[in-house]
Design a protein around this ligand. Structure first.
Ligand code: SAM
Length: 276
C-alpha cells in the first residue's frame, strides 16, 4: 500500500512503548482503556463487538488491519475465541507477536503479515471478520469486500468501524473539505458515505444487518488525539519526525472541523455472508 512513500509511518506509531508514544497514549486513553489501539475505538466498542458478534471458544475471528495487536488480544482474552490479525506493517506484526507471547495466548492468537486486498488465507477460514478504522485506505471497496467474503464461511459476519463522509462529488466546498482531511493524513484516503458503503457491501454479496452511528464519543476521541499530539508535539517530533507530527495535528484539526460541520461521522456496519 506504499505507506512509507505516502507519508504516515506506522512503524513509529506502532511502537506503543516508545517514550513519546507512552506520553501521548497516557493523555489519550483513560486509565485501563489503552489497548494499544491506533484508532477511534474505545474499550466499550470492543466489549460490544465481543457480545454482539457472539465471539467465543468456537469462533475463529479475523481482525483486518490489526495494527500493533492489542485490540485483537483483548477480544481473544475476553471471549476465548481463536483470533488472527492481518497487518501490512511489519513493526505492527513484531509488536503484536511480542504482546501475544507476554499474554501467553500463542496457542490461539496469531498475527500474519499481509495485504487485505490479497489475504493469505484459504476460502471460508473465518466465522467473523472485523476491521477497525482501516477501510479508508482501500480504493476499491467492492474488491476488498469480495476478498473478505471469500475468507468468511457462509453465514459468517463482517463488521467494520469506519469514518463516513457526506461529500458531494464535484461540490467545491466538499472538495475543499476532502483536501483538508487527506492532506493532514498524508496517506491517500478513499471516502464513502453510509449509503455507498451499503451499496458496495451488497455488490460484493453481503446482506447488511445493521449500521450504528457513533458520534459523540467519536468527536471526543478525535479531540483527545489532537490535544495529545499538540501537547507533546516536540517530544513526538524528536522521536518520529516533524512532518509526521504536524501532519497528524492538521489531520485531527481537519477531522474535528468536519464533524462539527456535519460532514464526517463514524459508523459500525455489520453484514452477513448469506448461506449459499
Ligand atoms: C488506523 S490503524 C488501525 C489499527 C487497528 N485496527 C487499531 O484499531 O488499532 C490502520 C491500520 O491498517 C493497516 N493497513 C493499511 N493498509 C492495509 C492493508 N492493505 N492490509 C492490511 N492492513 C493495512 C495499517 O498498517 C494500520 O496498522
Amino acid at each position: 500500500m506504499g505507506q512509507e512513500t505516502a507519508g504516515v509511518d506506522y512503524s513509529r506509531i506502532h511502537r506503543i512503548d516508545s517514550p513519546a508514544n507512552r506520553l501521548l497514549r497516557r493523555d489519550v486513553w483513560p486509565e485501563g482503556h489503552d489497548l494499544g489501539q491506533q484508532s477511534f475505538a474505545t474499550l466499550p466498542y470492543f466489549d460490544h463487538l465481543v457480545r454482539r458478534l457472539g465471539m467465543g471458544p468456537d469462533t475463529h475471528v479475523l481482525d483486518l488491519g490489526s495494527g500493533s495487536g492489542g485490540p485483537a488480544i483483548y477480544m481473544a482474552s475476553a471471549s476465548g475465541c481463536r483470533m488472527t490479525g492481518l497487518e501490512v506493517n511489519e513493526v505492527g506484526i513484531e509488536v503484536a507477536r511480542g504482546l501475544v507471547a507476554d499474554a501467553g495466548l500463542g496457542d490461539r492468537v496469531e498475527f500474519v503479515l499481509g495485504d487485505g486486498m490479497h489475504m493469505p488465507f484459504a476460502d471460508e477460514t473465518f466465522d467473523i471478520a472485523i476491521s477497525m478504522n482501516v477501510l479508508n485506505v482501500f480504493e476499491d471497496k467492492v474488491a476488498l469486500f469480495r476478498e473478505v467474503r471469500r475468507v468468511l464461511r457462509p453465514g459468517g459476519t463482517w463488521a467494520f468501524l469506519s469514518g463516513t463522509f457526506d461529500f458531494v462529488e464535484g461540490d467545491p466546498q466538499d472538495e475543499a473539505w476532502r483536501a483538508l482531511y487527506s492532506r493532514g493524513y498524508a496517506i491517500p484516503q478513499f471516502t464513502d458515505d453510509l449509503a455507498s458503503y451499503k451499496a458496495k457491501l451488497r455488490a460484493a454479496g453481503f446482506v447488511v444487518d445493521e449500521a450504528t452511528e457513533y458520534i459523540s464519543d467519536f468527536r471526543d476521541t478525535i479531540e483527545r488525539w489532537r490535544d495529545g499530539w499538540t501537547r507533546h508535539r516536540d517530544a513526538i517530533a524528536a522521536e518520529q519526525g516533524a512532518r509526521q507530527t504536524d501532519d497528524h495535528i492538521e489531520y485531527f484539526n481537519g477531522y474535528l472541523a468536519m464533524v462539527e460541520a456535519g460532514k464526517a461521522s463514524n459508523h459500525l456496519i455489520i453484514s452477513t455472508r448469506p448461506r449459499d
